[in-house]
Design a protein around this ligand. Structure first.
Ligand code: URA
Length: 258
């Protein structure tokens, strides 16, 4: 059964996001700006529904359709690239590292800082993307941080319990001291699993216990690992990985039909 057959009827902003036009919020902005028509009529009402099997949806006059299947891929992000699909100042951005011509509508699920390396998931399904990032879904992310100094167990316990940052208390994290940093004196390697995605979260958590992050790498995102994906390259998810991501999304109530 195709995606279009499986999901009727659905909210227009969800339809646009799932078709890869923009994120759900971006799609709402397109609607309120009067750029979206259903069967020739401008629709600005955010709760409006469409039937993808028979309604014709256009954005700026161009017809939008649900793809048969969403595309999912991972990038092993190198340092020095912004997590954005375009940059008005021409700085290096991740769009140049993934196949946007072959898979139009790809965008990243969340972001990594420009100097952070590692796994970044992309999809054409803006709807699943938004929901995977929702704090209530608790998708786990594992980071390896090279930090200044050697954290004590007491300090690491503060991260394990949850630590107060300027935007509130963090959820408990799993934290392990992995050893001394090899290429720099008086540094340590710390493994940290978090289930949230606040801005600069790992760096701020480490700084809050007095250990500035020197380098940060993410090696897992939910069920996904960087296996067979060298730095600076991307690969499509295997069918098993797609099934795991979609199961995770569905198990957590992420893809309701309407
Ligand atoms: N936490 C950070 O501080 N930076 C990232 O890029 C990701 C998580």
């Amino acid at each position: 059964m195709s995606e279009a057959e499986r999901v009727v009827p659905m909210r227009l902003q969800r339809f646009l996001a799932r078709a890869g036009v923009a994120s759900r919020r971006g799609s709402e902005k397109l609607m309120t700006a009067g750029r979206v028509r259903v069967n020739g009529v401008v629709v600005t009402q955010l709760g409006s529904k469409v039937d993808p099997a028979c309604d014709i949806v256009t954005v700026d006059g161009r017809e939008v359709q649900l793809a048969e299947h969403a595309t999912y891929l991972i990038l092993n992000k190198p340092s020095g690239y912004l997590t954005t699909m375009s940059d008005p100042y021409g700085r290096p951005c991740i769009a140049s590292l993934v196949p946007t011509q072959t898979y139009p509508g790809l965008f990243p699920v969340g972001r990594l800082d420009a100097d952070t390396t590692g796994i970044l998931l992309f999809t054409t399904n803006g709807d699943a993307s938004q929901q995977m990032l929702h704090p209530s879904k608790h998708v786990s992310k594992h980071y390896v941080a090279l930090v200044e100094g050697m954290p004590t167990e007491g300090e690491l316990n503060r991260l394990r319990k949850g630590i107060r940052l300027d935007d509130g208390l963090t959820q408990p994290a799993e934290v392990e001291l992995m050893g001394e940093g090899e290429d720099r004196e008086n540094t340590a390697i710390v493994g940290i699993t978090i289930h949230e995605g606040r801005k600069h979260q790992v760096k701020r958590m480490c700084e809050a216990i007095g250990h500035k992050v020197i380098r940060l790498h993410r090696d897992s995102f939910g069920p996904l690992r960087l296996t067979d994906c060298a730095e600076g390259t991307w690969r499509l998810l295997t069918s098993d990985e797609v099934a795991q991501v979609e199961a995770l999304v569905q198990a957590k109530g992420i893809l309701p039909i309407v």
